[in-house]
Design a binder for this molecule. Structure first.
Ligand code: ZN
Length: 90
């Protein structure tokens, strides 16, 4: 599956924003911390990845995929901000 209609790609961060969450997804985020979405293939990718949605305290509901080594969900926009702060400090 490419990007479903319910999602919007933010090209600057290569992230996926979710427009509407189902009640089941909202409950999963509330109790488990994240909810499983579809497998999504972003434009520059060769294959699809399993996406999850969670709530970032700064950016709201964010859809992303687990890191390849630690399988932790990190907000791509927070990571991008950290990177640009480091670039400024360097
Ligand atoms: Zn964030």
């Amino acid at each position: 599956m490419d990007v479903p209609n319910n999602y919007v790609i933010d090209a600057s961060t290569n992230t996926v924003r979710v427009h509407r969450l189902t009640l089941k997804q909202r409950l999963a985020i509330l109790f488990i911390g994240s909810a499983k979405l579809e497998k999504i293939k972003l434009p520059s990718w060769t294959s699809s990845m399993q996406f999850y949605v969670f709530k970032c305290k700064y950016h709201g509901f964010v859809a992303t995929y687990p890191g390849s080594f630690d399988h932790v969900l990190l907000c791509p926009m927070c990571l991008k901000n950290q990177r640009s702060e480091q670039e400024i400090r360097a």
